[in-house]
Design a protein. Structure first.
Length: 291
């Protein structure tokens, strides 16, 4: 009888211990309230040590930064959390700089930028020149570093610059006076055909060119460039409206026609407006015409 009682007592004790550790203990200890310490501006090792001292559970997220220190915690320092709560610790990391390609761009325009980049990252700059017929003078046609590659101190950046004495980039004549345009044409030894068109733009202004600016042109090329020159008009009444609309359409400009009621003659140009004047791509004419 005593033996059976002892067995029952032992069994009951085991059940109590099992219930305590499985159900009671977690609720007692895991609900302790902890306060998140301030670890901002500490390095990673110091921040982790401080959190461990406060028995705070954490997970680390690395973000790009100029300094390798703790940037913030979520929730923020001073917040009370339960002992089993996992906070987020954000650590700054200085990410390695990557090379950005300069291919196809004019070296003269980028020289200061390239020199500064090399000085900041400890790169050795080497410039080479190569004669080519397919590119104008001064264009970067090769580079020793690959776009997106990591910059390491002591690396060499070798840039190959084009040299070409037989061709040039066609200037933008649109918006120039015909006198200034002819001076450039003579300098480039370029043949040209001039066509005068009546427009509301000032007289003797280039309004269109047959080849766009920055086209590669070989020197002494027999090609003749066509320039359209504004002839100007005295008054709107002197304009043949249908002819004027046809000219604008042929030049590829945008156009907006507004017809207004009038006791005057039909199909008469009363007023006009030119938007973004002298830009051959986006010139827009707004016309007001009687009906």
């Amino acid at each position: 009888m005593k033996l059976a009682l002892r067995l029952w007592l032992v069994t009951f004790g085991i059940i109590l211990v099992w219930v305590y550790f499985l159900f009671i203990s977690p609720k007692i200890f895991n609900n302790h309230i902890l306060t998140i310490p301030n670890v901002i501006d500490m390095n990673e090792e110091q921040a982790i040590s401080e959190l461990k001292k406060s028995k705070i559970k954490y997970q680390i997220t690395y973000v790009e930064s100029e300094e390798e220190v703790a940037l913030k915690t979520v929730p923020y320092a001073g917040t009370n959390v339960k002992a089993d709560y996992v906070i987020s610790l954000y650590i700054g990391k200085i990410m390695p700089a990557a090379y950005k390609s300069y291919l196809g761009r004019m070296y003269e325009e980028l020289a200061d930028e390239i020199e500064l980049m090399c000085n900041n990252h400890g790169l050795k700059l080497k410039i080479e020149y190569e004669e080519t017929e397919n590119m104008v003078n001064g264009v970067i046609i090769r580079e020793s570093l690959v776009d997106g590659s990591i910059l390491n101190q002591g690396d060499e950046l070798c840039l190959t610059i084009s040299t070409n004495h037989s061709s040039y980039m066609l200037p933008d004549f649109v918006g120039l006076s015909i006198d200034d345009a002819l001076k450039l044409i003579e300098e480039y030894n370029l043949k040209v055909n001039l066509t005068y068109i009546p427009t509301p733009i000032d007289e003797d202004i280039v309004i269109f060119q047959s080849s766009p600016a920055n086209t590669l042109i070989q020197k002494n090329n027999p090609y003749a460039l066509d320039l359209y020159i504004s002839k100007g008009v005295k008054t709107t009444a002197a304009v043949d409206v249908d002819f004027f609309i046809e000219v604008i359409a042929n030049l590829g400009y945008e156009m907006e026609l507004n017809y207004i009621n009038s006791n005057d003659l039909e199909n008469k140009l009363v007023a006009f407006e030119v938007q973004k004047l002298y830009d051959s791509n986006i010139v827009k004419y707004i016309l007001w015409i009687t009906k």
